[in-house]
Design a protein around this ligand. Structure first.
Ligand SMILES: *[C@@H]1O[C@H](CO)[C@@H](O)[C@H](O)[C@H]1NC(C)=O
Ligand SMILES: *[C@@H]1O[C@H](CO)[C@@H](O)[C@H](O)[C@H]1NC(C)=O
Ligand SMILES: *[C@@H]1O[C@H](CO)[C@@H](O)[C@H](O)[C@H]1NC(C)=O
Ligand SMILES: *[C@@H]1O[C@H](CO)[C@@H](O)[C@H](O)[C@H]1NC(C)=O
Ligand SMILES: *[C@@H]1O[C@H](CO)[C@@H](O)[C@H](O)[C@H]1NC(C)=O
Ligand SMILES: *[C@@H]1O[C@H](CO)[C@@H](O)[C@H](O)[C@H]1NC(C)=O
Length: 358
């Protein structure tokens, strides 16, 4: 018993350092000084030691060197600078590709402004695969034909495909926030509907997706639950997992899910937009899950109207990302965007959970 518990503790406690590439250690809250960065999402490239940030309003991507504080802009033909688009999700596949989601500005306007009459689900939506070694776009996959096919078949508009997770075959799974449909895009960029709920409801229920072994996991704020799927299945079949202790009457949001590699896939971070980051753990590969608590949003960012939309890891350091949605155009031009080191807050919750089983 002792050895098992000890092995489990050793694996999960902060003292255990998983190999995270050869990047120098990096830690502490920092500002990114990039004009109108307004990031909704970010991810870490552990090979080239760069952070990829999506510029929401410019619909472009910045490759940021946190050690030298330099950046390079990736523009996407037809998308960057086109005010129909925003760049939402950014996701590294662990194999050299970074995926970007370009969603319609109008899709999220009702949610970000709180004015439901602004809902318009008819805009564009693409997923971009970028080769971090060749430093060029591999393909752009247009999801509008899928929106249209679902509309014709069901009469329902779906949109907001904004977060991705990849399997080890080079397939990407993309969650549509309005409709909770999952699209599978093969390594060449061809998309197909992989999971569609029986009754499509366009309430924003799911904002995040991760992969863990042969499972992918999304969040669902209505149930509320994590929903797991087996990537080996030709069509996804949902299994609802309500984390024990998750707040009843959940009133937070439903944005990115991230599984920091330091916790070996046993801990997910659920960005809840309004309050911060909800930490959830599992002891049995997500057959069941436990709510560990909230890492609250930085109070000064919260008082300025920030939204916790994503988290990302730089090596073993875990950051919370804060978006400031603009409700009027032109957007307010600004330059300083703060990334908050929440490693200690998350780790305290994880350690308190482990102690229960020690
Ligand atoms: C980031 O910028 C803000 C606004 O300019 C400033 O108040 C804050 O001290 C900066 N934080 C860091 C860590 O540099
Ligand atoms: C936004 O994109 C346009 C078009 O590529 C570019 O000219 C402009 O400099 C970008 N703005 C910012 C703030 O990056
Ligand atoms: C919501 O949007 C509609 C359509 O643009 C507008 O007419 C209305 O004034 C807005 N309501 C509020 C409370 O801003
Ligand atoms: C919805 O948005 C699209 C562009 O994304 C625009 O062409 C269309 O006019 C909008 N429809 C309404 C009713 O505002
Ligand atoms: C969609 O889901 C919301 C939240 O559960 C519910 O209030 C609403 O009635 C549903 N709409 C439809 C058309 O089922
Ligand atoms: C809160 O949850 C309880 C049971 O878990 C339920 O009876 C109650 O109606 C909920 N309240 C709201 C406001 O949803």
């Amino acid at each position: 018993m002792y050895t098992l518990t000890f092995a489990f503790l050793a694996l999960l406690s902060s003292g255990y350092t998983v190999p995270t590439g050869s990047c120098p250690p990096f830690q502490g809250t920092f500002n990114v000084s990039v004009l109108d960065l307004y990031p909704e999402s970010a991810d870490w490239d552990p090979v080239h030691c760069k952070i990829y940030f999506g510029l929401y309003y410019n619909a472009s991507v910045v490759v940021y060197d946190p050690y030298r504080q330099t950046s390079e802009l990736i523009t996407i033909p037809g998308i960057t600078g086109n005010s129909d688009y925003t760049v939402t999700g950014i996701d590294y596949d662990g194999m050299g590709s970074m995926y970007f989601a370009a969603t319609s500005l109008t899709a999220f306007q009702a949610t970000t402004s709180g004015n439901a009459s602004l809902a318009n689900f008819t805009g564009p939506n693409s997923i971009i695969r970028y080769d971090t070694n060749a430093r060029k776009i591999s393909w752009v996959s247009d999801l509008v034909p899928i929106h249209n096919e679902i509309l014709q078949r069901t009469g329902k508009l779906v949109t907001g495909f904004q977060d991705m997770a990849e399997d080890n075959q080079g397939n990407s799974f993309v969650i549509g926030s309005f409709g909770s449909v999952i699209v599978k895009i093969d390594r060449k960029g061809t998309p197909r509907v992989w999971y569609e709920p029986k009754n499509i409801n366009d309430t924003l229920a799911s904002g995040g997706i991760i992969s863990s072994g042969n499972k992918i996991i999304i969040n669902d704020k209505l149930y509320p639950a994590l929903v797991t799927f087996n990537t080996d299945d030709y069509y996804g079949a949902p299994v609802y997992v309500h984390p024990e202790g998750f707040p009843a009457n959940y009133s937070g949001g439903t944005d990115a899910l991230v599984a920091p590699s330091v916790y070996s896939g046993r801990v997910v971070l659920w960005s809840d937009d309004f309050y911060g980051t909800r930490v959830i753990g599992t002891r049995n590969n997500w057959e069941t899950a436990e709510y560990l608590g909230l890492a609250p949003m930085d109070s000064s960012l919260q008082s300025r109207g920030g939204f916790t939309t994503d988290s990302f890891a730089v090596g073993n350091t875990i950051y919370s990302l804060t978006e400031f949605f603009q409700t009027t155009t032109p957007i307010k031009t600004t330059k300083e965007f703060t990334m908050v080191d929440m490693t200690e807050q998350v780790d305290q919750l994880v350690r308190a959970w482990l102690v229960k089983y020690a």
